[in-house]
Design a protein around this ligand. Structure first.
Ligand SMILES: Cc1cc2nc3c(=O)[nH]c(=O)nc-3n(C[C@H](O)[C@H](O)[C@H](O)COP(=O)(O)O)c2cc1C
Ligand code: SF4
Length: 438
């Protein structure tokens, strides 16, 4: 089975330097794109490949690039931004690529920039990814020295300057317009859309924001073609996917597998099944901001449409497993605590609503729930639904909650009626300190 994204990553070891990367075929796609293809041809092969963005929303990458103004009348300056802010609980796939093969990222960025004719690129990197920063800086220096970055790359006439920006770090900095504000030195509040970044992005200029995993696919598509990329998958959505698993499984980790690999196969064959004495109760299939799937969904093939049909989202493809000895109310409280802290405060339903949701979940978990609490929680899943807030943070935060209320309702009710957390009692654990809400 082909694993184009991770084939040259050696976990626990330094990433390939420029010479070794070139020895395994690195930068050949840059040569091919710049010497033999037009920007429109590059965009077209990416479009034909069916690559969908791996940052969470799954928007078709080639199509996104076509929204950028091209030709003589296009603005002189355009930007390509790599979204490497990965901060969602449970998600660690981009880190693996950033640390494991920085030249693959640089190569993907050069080609994407060529396709949209951007002359400046930014890597927007989460500050905590310190190892990735060191490795990226080293790879960028090598790429500049070899003439792969900078002016007149490979004497093609194409110029691309790449800069690395380490972010002070908020979850909102990962939302693409919040990210652009942050790069401009402003607060990371989102921008109203339209205009979309592709026409008015960084400093008002056309800008494409792409995820790390998305960009890493680009050199391979240019090298091997759209058909090859489609053939990697087990379903309609093309390519491979980095699937991660966390929770009480035998082997938590990350694997590059064909897009559309069933959840059962990932959990049993790759993650080694549940730890002894524990049973699978449910999982968030695409990271913290997706809906729970349960046992009857284990055979769902994890791609964008199948997961949606099952009532959730592929998101980042990183699965968070809930076992039968972990309290679902406590787990959801933990996630809402994160989302409430990360709200940028721009819209009232989000900053006020998330704090309220978190407060109620904590009270339930500590045995201090009140009649009507579950209805209040349920009403917030409607109040914070898509369309009621500026960005997708709040609706995303409601996904684990709404699905937990659906699948684990009796657990919420037990907390309410027994005035205690059944799991906490069982494990003789104490209440969560209420200062956790501050
Ligand atoms: C609150 C929030 C946080 C996000 N964080 C990230 C992130 O860390 N990395 C990322 O690539 N996309 C993130 N996204 C999605 C981006 O807004 C955007 O859709 C993505 O970077 C586009 O890249 P793609 O088309 O290659 O997927 C986030 C979205 C929201 C609403
Ligand atoms: S939904 Fe939340 S994070 Fe998004 S803009 Fe509104 S307040 Fe900010």
């Amino acid at each position: 089975m082909e694993r184009p994204l991770t084939a040259n990553i050696r976990p626990g070891e330094e990433p390939l330097n420029l010479r070794d990367y070139e020895r395994v075929g690195g930068y050949q796609a840059v040569h091919k794109a710049l010497a033999k293809m037009t920007p429109a041809e590059v965009t077209d092969v990416v479009k034909q490949s069916g690559l969908k963005g791996r940052g969470g929303a799954g928007f078709p990458t080639g199509l996104k690039w076509t929204f950028v103004p091209m030709g003589r009348d296009a603005p002189a300056r355009k930007y390509l931004v790599l979204n490497a802010d990965e901060m969602e609980p449970g998600t660690f796939k981009d880190r693996f690529l950033l640390e494991g093969n920085p030249h693959q990222i640089i190569e993907g960025m050069i080609i994407a920039a060529f396709a949209i004719q951007a002359d400046v690129g930014y890597i927007f990197l989460r500050r905590e990814y310190a190892v990735a920063e060191i490795r990226l800086r080293r790879a960028m220096a090598e790429a500049y020295a070899a003439g792969h970055l900078g002016k007149d790359i490979l004497r093609s006439g194409f110029t691309f300057e790449l800069r690395l920006h380490t972010s002070a770090g908020r979850y909102m900095c990962g939302e693409e317009t919040g990210l652009l504000n942050s790069l401009e030195g402003k607060r990371a509040n989102p921008r109203a859309k339209p205009p979309f970044p592709q026409t008015s992005g960084l400093w008002g200029k056309p800008t494409v924001v792409n995820n790390v995993e998305t960009i890493c696919n680009v050199p391979h598509i240019v090298n091997k073609g759209a058909e090859w990329f489609r053939s990697l998958s087990r379903t309609e959505d093309s390519g491979t996917k980095l699937y991660g698993v966390s929770g009480k499984v035998n082997r938590p980790g990350l694997w590059e597998l064909p897009m559309g690999t069933p959840m059962r196969e990932i959990l049993e064959e790759h993650a080694g099944g549940m730890r002894p004495g524990l049973k699978f109760r449910g999982a968030l299939p695409g990271g913290a901001s997706t809906d729970f799937l349960v046992e009857r969904h284990l055979d769902v093939q994890l791609d964008f449409s199948a997961v949606q049909a099952a009532g959730s989202r592929l998101g980042t493809g990183t699965i968070i497993v809930l076992d039968d000895k972990t309290c679902p109310v406590g787990m959801v409280w933990n996630l809402e605590h994160f989302f409430a802290q990360e709200s940028c405060g721009w819209c009232t339903p989000c900053w006020g609503g998330l704090q309220f949701v978190e407060h109620i979940l904590l009270a339930l978990e500590n045995g201090a729930g009140r009649a009507g609490d579950l209805e209040i929680l349920q009403s917030h899943t409607r109040l914070l639904a898509p369309g009621n807030t500026y960005c997708a943070l709040a609706p995303g935060a409601m996904e684990p909650l709404q699905s937990a209320l659906k699948y684990f309702r009796e657990d919420f009710e037990r907390h309410l009626h027994e005035r205690r957390c059944p799991w906490r009692q069982q494990e003789n654990r104490t209440a969560i300190p209420s200062k956790a809400t501050k």
